[in-house]
Design a protein around this ligand. Structure first.
Ligand code: GLN
Length: 510
């Protein structure tokens, strides 16, 4: 489809060998983005562009693969990863702190805000030689499933510009799907990488909670948030994840786990050398409910056959607490958000309402003007769920159900991993969303229908397990995604299986 499909390694190699100038791909990306901006119905994937970042000095590190990291990230990118993204333009969701560009979270309350430090993931991608192509549009603070909740205008779906790209990382997904950039960073609190990846027809990965540093990721719901990656192929998304993953002393929830070879796992899977053969893949029956569009179901069934063609054994499993996932998520995420967003008071960050006569008035005016309707709704929901008298009934209960949902996964996976029970599975396969991309404006007045588009993705965040969405076909020209879920820290097996499935679906000889 696009010229940049699955080419990250090739692009970096061309820069490292001097075949093209260090800023070649960035300039190319910029002219595509600008051409799209003057199109009839622009995608509006970006909120700001990394023009300044292309200065001579900025590119020195790209070629050497040095990017000058120090402190927390010093020395993390050595060997194969140094230069892995040399000169490759990467789109970055606007809730990740960057020095050279504003970080707005698509909110009026942070309009024009510049962070005094850079997110660890951004530093790591620079250390690998990557260049920030720009900051992408999103639902305000990550709250939404369509990118329509941006204070700065909607993003359109490249497959059909009258439809949403999904959200909340809609700008990143659309930019990759349209071939404006080869890969991008997003964040996934309840599906915000996987869901727009599915609706735009690209690959999106949400890693295990703790795999990637959240330092410099503006907090939405801290116990659920993870930075994730987009690419046009499993290999590209996996490579970017490998670059950004790893322990960071600046994030107390980042894990001390070694980062595995992910790009290589994807290549092996794609070449049919590993991935699906001998694997047991579970299909959770609760994910194939009435909510699922029959046309999406048809693509899903074909993908299940493709899993078997690739050598996997497929088995139905049950995750009985699945039906509680959306209500549980929509208690916990707003509760955490209401607490995290208390910091936007007109004093510490961003915009301040003028003319306030008291501190209270300053808070009220700033927050009333600064937050959009969905953010206000979440703060109200979260504050209510946490208030005295209701805390046990809502927040306390939701925490208990969260444990049950995680236990469902532990049961189906642990049996296999521990090797004791015969009915365990290595991986799970589900649809990513119940339906393809919906029309712009179709669900904005009905928040519950919007929340339900996350029905298959929030479970992974509640449990903390990794998930990946990849294209499995189209319905009336609109992309459909399939989701692979893996046990905690099982990214390598997940990526290998996804790449193998991608190969079978594209008819690549195994
Ligand atoms: N759509 C979900 C929400 O609105 C998830 C968003 C996300 O993953 N950031 O909360």
């Amino acid at each position: 489809m696009s010229e940049t499909r699955g080419r990250v390694t090739e692009m970096a190699r061309a820069v490292t060998t001097g075949e093209v100038a260090p800023d070649h791909w960035l300039q190319e990306a910029r002219s595509r983005i600008q051409a799209d901006e003057s199109a009839d119905q622009p995608l509006h994937a970006f909120l700001s562009l990394g023009a300044e970042g292309a200065g001579e000095g900025a590119l020195d590190g790209a070629v050497a693969g040095e990017g000058a990291p120090d402190g927390a990230t010093a020395g993390v990118l050595t060997g194969a990863l140094a230069g892995a993204l040399a000169g490759v333009p990467v789109a970055v969701k606007d809730n990740l702190a960057t020095l050279e560009l504003p970080t707005t979270c698509a909110s009026r309350i942070l309009e024009g805000y510049r962070s005094p430090f850079e997110a660890t993931v951004v530093r790591r991608l620079r250390a690998a030689g990557g260049l920030v192509a720009g900051k992408t549009n999103m639902d305000e603070f990550g709250m939404g499933s369509s990118t329509e909740n941006s204070a700065f205008g909607v993003t359109r779906n490249p497959a059909d510009r009258s439809r949403v790209p999904g959200g909340s990382s809609g700008g990143s997904a659309a930019a990759v799907a349209a071939g404006l950039v080869p890969c991008a960073l997003g964040s996934d609190t309840g599906g915000s990488v996987r869901q727009p990846a599915a609706l735009c027809g690209v690959v999106g990965i949400k890693p295990t909670y703790g795999r990637v540093s959240r330092y410099g990721l503006v907090a939405f719901a801290s116990s659920l948030d993870q930075v994730g990656t987009f690419g046009t192929t499993v290999e590209d998304a996996a490579l970017l994840l490998q670059v950004i993953a790893g322990h960071d002393p600046f994030d107390a929830t980042s894990a001390q786990r070694p980062v595995e070879e992910l790009a290589e796992a994807a290549r092996a899977g794609r070449a049919g050398r590993a991935g699906l053969a001998g694997k047991v893949v579970g299909i959770p029956r609760e994910y194939l409910s009435d909510a699922l569009d029959p046309a999406v179901r048809a693509r899903f069934d074909e993908a299940v056959e493709a899993l078997q063609t690739g050598g996997a054994q497929v088995r139905e499993v049950s995750l009985p607490h699945t039906r509680f996932a959306v209500p549980t998520y929509y208690i916990l995420a707003p509760a955490e958000a209401s607490s995290n967003l208390a910091r936007y008071d007109g004093v510490r960050y961003g915009v301040r309402a003028p003319g306030a006569r008291s501190t209270l008035e300053l808070y009220q005016e700033t927050r009333t003007r600064g937050f959009g309707p969905e953010v206000v709704r979440r703060i109200m929901l979260g504050t209510y769920a946490l208030s005295a008298g209701y805390y046990e009934a809502y927040y306390g209960r939701a925490q208990k159900v969260r444990t049950l949902i995680a236990r469902d996964f532990r049961r189906v996976f642990a049996a296999r991993v521990g090797g004791t029970a015969p009915d365990g599975v290595d991986l799970l396969f589900t649809p990513t969303t119940p339906a393809p991309a919906f029309g712009l404006g179709e669900r904005v007045t009905d928040p519950v229908s919007m929340y339900l588009s996350d029905i298959y993705t929030v479970t992974a965040n509640l449990a903390g397990i990794p998930g990946l969405s990849l294209p499995i076909g189209r319905v009336d020209g609109l992309p459909v995604g399939g989701q692979i879920l893996a046990p905690w820290w099982g990214e390598q097996a997940m990526v290998a299986a996804a790449a193998a499935l991608e190969g079978v679906l594209e008819g690549v000889e195994a």
